[in-house]
Design a protein around this ligand. Structure first.
Ligand SMILES: *Cc1c(COP(=O)(O)O)cnc(C)c1O
Length: 434
């Protein structure tokens, strides 16, 4: 399988190159040249996520130096608990994607990418610097995945004051080969800085930069596997496809769900649940695409005004009208997020993180409007990661899962950084020299 840039179809790369570069040389995002199709009936019956992932991802790895390692990579990275919880019995299910080391869904993809990159590294190679802009959860997941991995260091850029206290603590708590910077700006600033660094040849020569953001194809691919796994499980039970609601910010997770459907998996509508950042809902309601500054909301990991992966989504639909693609997008404001968290706890005794609450509200709206189809809801983070929002609403404390509790007990440190490229360059050189 070759990988093309969204901006020029001629710049083909193999998987290893696409993974190492992160971003294509022309500034575009890597996309597989075609989407493999498979027959869901040919996939094994509920054998666990790694086994499903191997079958599903094999075509994307074909011809790559990593092809022989795919099974090991999937076992190393994707063997995490993946509960499918009844929400409306027989009608909707919650897929809990937050049982990895940093309690958010990004652990799956970050661990997969790290497992690939670790295997691509040659013995004598200089240290590679994984640069990652984060709206809160990516940085932790990438840090956990590369922490103490020989041959790598991690640079995290996060918007100061825009992530939860626990997220901030977690980002600074790794130490060793992980360097956290608190940027005086918003997530879009962090993302712009990371992209500028990746596209800056002198910095690259000294730091051997690579990306681990959801712009990396190595993040996108593994996320297809849990949608495949869950939709197949429900399809065997229901004999029909499920609609899927995905809390959405930078559009990485939801794009993987759309790709799973394109591959032939039994998925109906894909519904993007956003917070007050309306870029995608506006677009899918018929307006022109208009990226804009990100607004701060309670669901901060989705505070994205110009989602990077939109460029990929548009590329996959370059010959079709994206607005006919059975993709919907609904915006949920902070007041409604609060109400949904309270209501779901009162009705079901279930604590939701603010991101997952957006998806549950969208389910609620769809039921109110008479849609009766079965639904799968992606639950993207553990509520204890957002205790400042959730606990006051529920009037009780929520215990962090053990891995998160362990990180919260460590000391934490992050360097301040002005949101401009000159400051980033200086900070990186200082880090590399120290
Ligand atoms: C990153 C994140 C999202 C948004 O996912 P995208 O792939 O950026 O759309 C939603 N919820 C949580 C908890 C996240 O960490």
């Amino acid at each position: 399988m070759n990988y093309l840039s969204t901006r020029s179809e001629t710049a083909a790369a193999d998987l290893a190159t696409a993974l190492r570069r992160g971003l294509a040389p022309d500034g575009g995002l890597y996309v597989p040249e075609s989407i493999p199709r498979l027959d869901p009936a040919s996939l094994p019956g509920a054998p666990g996520l790694p086994a499903t992932a191997v079958q599903l991802l094999a075509p994307y790895f074909s011809g790559s130096t990593l092809a022989a390692d795919l099974a090991d990579i999937c076992t190393e990275a994707l063997e995490l608990p993946l509960p499918l919880i009844d929400f409306e019995p027989g009608h909707s299910w919650i897929l809990e994607l937050f049982h990895g080391p940093t309690a958010a869904f990004k652990d799956f993809a970050a661990r997969f990418l790290a497992a690939c990159m670790g295997r691509l590294r040659a013995e004598h190679e200089p240290i590679q610097t994984v640069i990652v802009a984060t709206s809160g959860d990516t940085g932790g997941a990438v840090a956990a995945a590369f922490h103490r991995r020989p041959g790598f260091r991690v640079v995290i850029l996060y918007p100061e004051g825009r992530v939860s206290a626990r997220q901030a603590h977690q980002l600074g708590a790794f130490g060793d080969n992980v360097h956290a910077f608190r940027v005086q700006g918003n997530f879009d600033d962090c993302q712009r800085l990371a992209k500028q660094a990746l596209n800056h040849p002198p910095l690259n020569r000294t730091l051997h930069l690579t990306s681990a953001n959801s712009i990396s194809i190595g993040r996108l691919l593994p996320q297809i596997s849990y949608y495949a796994h869950a939709s197949l499980q429900l399809w065997r039970e229901l004999s029909r496809p499920v609609d899927v609601i995905v809390p959405t910010g930078n559009l990485g997770n939801a794009l993987a769900c759309i790709l799973a459907r394109e591959m032939g998996l039994p998925i109906g509508e894909v519904v993007l649940a956003t917070n007050a950042n309306r870029t995608l809902p506006d677009y899918f309601s018929g307006l022109d695409y208009r990226g804009r500054p990100g607004l701060a909301t309670l669901a901060n990991a989705m505070d994205v005004g110009d989602p990077s992966n939109f460029e990929r989504l548009a590329w996959f639909y370059r010959d079709r009208d994206l607005r006919d693609a059975d993709v919907r997008a609904v915006s949920v404001d902070d007041g409604t997020i609060r109400r949904t968290i309270r209501r779901t706890d009162a009705a079901q005794g279930m604590a939701l993180c603010p991101h997952t609450a957006c998806a549950i509200e969208v389910l609620h709206q769809r039921r109110e409007s008479g849609i009766t189809t079965p639904h799968l809801i992606a639950a993207t983070a553990h509520p204890a990661k957002f205790n400042e929002v959730v606990e006051p609403l529920l009037g009780r404390t929520i215990e962090p899962p053990p891995a998160l509790a362990e990180l919260l007990n460590r000391p934490s440190h992050a360097e301040p950084l002005a949101a401009n490229f000159a400051s980033l360059g200086q900070a990186l050189h200082k880090m590399a020299a120290g």
